[in-house]
Write a new protein. Structure first.
Length: 454
């Protein structure tokens, strides 16, 4: 059985995967943060989170280039902390990448519903799963080329959005009741800044997923740093620009709890029947599609890597004749489709399904960020022989900032989302029970010298 992925991706492909994984976060999801923090409070949250991500990516790149493995954070944590460390990072990453796509699929449905009011957003979401699972199964080079095209279009569309709403932008609109619905900073505003953390993280969530394409990258020690550094800079500029311009377009409170804030913001400036409006809906879909498609690639590689190492059933590591982990792609899709149809059946803290899935994905991401930064520090001590073609700048300060801010985010997430935190812990516990019952399976898995450090 073949379990080796083929290197076919260059720097531009990796940049497109890194940015494409994330860029849907600029199109929807983040505006839920306005509902709890206001525009000014959420701006503070976003700047805090952007700082964390910038420090994280500059540090995470050292790990990705030193250990270019499809497991990404799973591989780094297993090398640093053994099998249990690998389990924690692997399960957290899997939760992040499995729960983000249903939220994006529902947003795709919401965007299509703007144009076709009779189309059920859930049916459209399932259709998106089918189309992009098939595309991912047909080969990584084809999938990466598609990702490059839609990512470039999505970036251009966000620039067009900012340009079109600019004439209607007003600072007074943006700052009106900008502190958690109040004109002045207060305790609710301070509390809202921390409550909004998951929605600010959504601006950048999953950029680390490009690490899971590392085995498929040509010359990863050279191409990955270029892709990651340019990717995070692209996303920080777009995230702050889109949020500020949308908030100044009109009455921002009307955009705070919906899945299509950009079309609605543009409607405030150019009107419902403008050609710009319809263009944003159609081309805006490229941003959602880029992330949706890219995260399918990400979750499939995480399933694949965990299965190959014996942490999951070995059948998930089987590759198709197109050299893609087709069973892993299909399993993640089945879970996502089930989540879509659970809307209305499960109520978590009174949140919409989209907000709940975003929050669950963010829990996975934060735990993985913590494990990755801890692994960076530990590997510097126990594996000085690793070839580090890219070293974290400002070490230990820069990764230290990322670690501390991630810990603050996790504490705030638990404080404001106790129920979802409990569900997350339950998922992790299920993973641990499977882990302790399958030691023989891991012992019989093919040896991976990159993980063992031999």
């Amino acid at each position: 059985m073949t379990t080796q992925l083929k290197p076919t991706l260059g720097t531009l492909h990796l940049w497109a995967i890194a940015v494409g994984l994330v860029i849907s976060g600029e199109y929807f999801g983040w505006s839920y943060g306005w509902g709890v923090a206001g525009t000014l409070g959420f701006l503070v949250t976003t700047l805090l989170v952007a700082t964390m991500y910038t420090c994280f990516i500059f540090s995470f790149t050292e790990l990705t280039t030193a250990i270019p493995h499809a497991g990404g954070p799973f591989a780094y944590s297993r090398r640093a902390y053994g099998e249990t460390g690998g389990l924690i990072a692997g399960m957290a990453t899997l939760i992040e990448f499995v729960f983000a796509p249903p939220a994006i699929a529902l947003a795709i449905g919401a965007y299509l519903n703007v144009q076709f009011p009779t189309l059920d957003p859930k049916i459209a979401a399932v259709g998106a799963y089918v189309v992009f699972m098939v595309l991912n199964i047909l080969g990584v080079k084809l999938a990466a080329m598609f990702e490059l095209v839609v990512t470039v279009l999505a970036v251009l569309e966000l620039l067009v959005f900012m340009g079109v709403v600019a004439p209607g932008f007003s600072v007074s609109n943006f700052v009106l009741n900008g502190w958690a619905g109040s004109a002045h900073f207060s305790f609710p505003a301070f509390s809202g800044i921390f409550a909004a953390i998951p929605f600010a993280i959504w601006f950048f969530l999953a950029i680390e997923g490009a690490a899971m394409a590392a085995e498929e990258a040509k010359d990863p020690k050279r191409t990955i740093p270029k892709a990651y550094v340019s990717g995070i800079l692209t996303l920080v500029v777009l995230a702050i620009g889109v949020m500020v311009m949308a908030g100044g377009a009109g009455e921002w409170s009307k955009l705070s709890n919906i899945n299509d804030p950009l079309p609605q913001a543009m409607k405030m400036v150019v009107g419902e029947h403008s050609g710009w409006m319809h263009m944003l809906v159609w081309i805006g879909l490229f941003g959602l599609v880029a992330s949706f498609h890219g995260i399918i690639l990400g979750y499939s590689r995480q399933f694949f890597a965990l299965a190959r190492a014996g942490y999951l059933p070995s059948g998930l590591a089987k590759l198709s004749r197109f050299q893609t982990p087709h069973r892993a792609i299909l399993l993640g899709g089945a879970i996502g489709i089930a989540a879509i149809f659970s809307d209305g059946l499960i109520n978590l803290q009174g949140m919409s399904l989209t907000a709940a899935m975003i929050t669950m994905a963010v829990f996975g991401a934060i735990v993985m960020y913590l494990m990755s930064m801890l692994s960076l520090f530990r590997l510097r001590k126990i594996a000085p022989e690793l070839e580090r073609s890219f070293r974290a700048p400002g070490y230990p300060l820069v990764p230290g900032i990322a670690l501390v801010l991630a810990a603050v985010c996790l504490v705030a997430m638990v404080w404001f989302n106790l129920v979802i935190a409990g569900v997350f812990v339950a998922f992790m516990a299920c993973g641990y029970l499977y882990f302790i019952s399958t030691k023989t399976q891991r012992s019989n898995a093919p040896r991976d010298l990159m993980l063992e450090g031999e």
